[in-house]
Write a protein that binds this ligand. Structure first.
Ligand SMILES: Nc1ncnc2c1ncn2[C@@H]1O[C@H](COP(=O)(O)OP(=O)(O)OP(=O)(O)O)[C@@H](O)[C@H]1O
Ligand SMILES: [Mg+2]
Length: 330
């Protein structure tokens, strides 16, 4: 049995666009250990959704996997037939997305949908309804039995997202993929859903691949973190390593700019100067170089992964030399 439930290596994905080939993912290496939570953070356009869509096999038609492997439980998903992929999805690998309304069918009751999703189980409809109610209770929907008869619009936004999580866990998957599942919720609900996800993940024992641009949510939920920038994983490590001893200047800039960590009231939040490069015309060398406060001559050469510890890697020539970032309290 493979140690990692998901192991992505050397993954590159291109999009065909009118302006030329866009290199959306380049040589991405990531793994999710069984039963653990990996968070992926990065600014808009850094390739988070492209990565997830590659894993769940839902890339648009203008996309092409230019290289690499995506191993699920040791088997390369990129070599699976559509039938084999279909067997994985919804069973061993499930997903929750940002907008619960698009995931739920508005004209069917929650109960109907939660029974339908158990189509592979040989259990009776009555047993499937019992399990549906059991999972609604797990995500703390009060009075679950009668609520199975209600439609999605009869629930609040936060409840709908919790129902989606219940549905994703109902299959007791090995891996649940959550793409910004709390971004549409207000701050209080977000904290609640994150705490719930953590409890359920432990209870079901599944691994989670969690995408977010909210560092607080990542710190609370994840065991390991990967930081993406413009289609590359620039740093990865345990939550502790990333939040307390980040070695890539981009990670350090993200941490310093996080509104959740800035104590004094300010009219203007700090931002990272500059913008993401055009992925159709990639600069030579380090991808972060044009915006990097630490850049020097060697950055004209791509740094590749530097090993910091057994678990931490950063793609920066200075990764081993940078002074520790002053510890920023959450
Ligand atoms: N279907 C597509 N055709 C062409 N380019 C695309 C397509 N989908 C994404 N891209 C490009 O690929 C890059 C990565 O996009 P992606 O949607 O994966 O980013 P993201 O990190 O999910 O961003 P966000 O936080 O805004 O959701 C971007 O430059 C985007 O413009
Ligand atoms: Mg996205």
């Amino acid at each position: 049995m493979a140690d990692d439930i998901l192991d992505i290596s050397g993954l590159s994905v291109d999009f065909r666009t009118p302006g030329g080939t866009l290199h959306a993912l380049r040589d991405v290496n990531l793994s999710v250990k069984r039963g653990s939570v990996l968070g992926i953070v990065g600014e808009s356009g850094c390739g988070k959704s492209t990565l997830i869509n590659t894993v769940i096999g839902l890339l648009p038609s203008n996309a092409r996997v230019a290289g690499g492997e995506v191993r699920f439980d040791g088997r390369d998903m990129l070599k699976m037939t559509p039938g084999q992929l279909q067997d994985l999805r919804g069973q061993r690998m499930t997903a929750v997305f940002q907008d619960p309304m698009t995931a739920l069918n508005p004209v069917l009751t929650i109960g109907q949908q939660m029974v339908a999703i158990q189509y592979r189980s040989g259990a009776s409809t009555r047993e499937k309804r019992r399990r549906a109610a059991e999972y609604l209770a797990k995500v703390r929907i009060p009075d679950p039995e009668p609520r199975l008869g209600q439609y999605p619009h009869q629930f609040s936004g936060g409840m709908r997202q919790r129902i989606c999580i219940a549905m994703a866990l109902l299959a007791e998957p090995d891996l649940m993929i959550a793409d910004e599942p709390t971004t549409a919720l207000d701050a209080t609900l977000e904290l609640e859903v994150i705490a719930l996800l953590k409890d359920l993940q432990r209870e079901v024992g599944c691994a989670v691949l969690f995408i977010s641009h909210h560092l607080g949510a990542i710190a609370q939920l994840c065991d390991d973190v990967a930081i993406m920038y413009a289609g590359e994983v620039v740093e990865r490590g345990t939550v502790r390593e990333i939040f307390h001893d980040a070695r890539h200047p981009y990670t350090r800039a993200l941490l310093t700019c996080d509104p959740g960590r800035i104590r004094e009231a300010t009219r203007r939040l700090p931002t990272i100067p500059g913008s993401i490069p055009d992925l159709r015309r990639l600069p030579e060398g380090c991808i972060f170089r044009p915006r990097c406060p630490e850049r020097f001559e060697r950055c004209a050469e791509h740094p590749g992964d530097r090993r910091i510890t057994e678990t931490q890697f950063a793609a920066c020539h200075k990764a081993l030399d940078l002074a520790p970032l002053e510890r920023i309290e959450a």
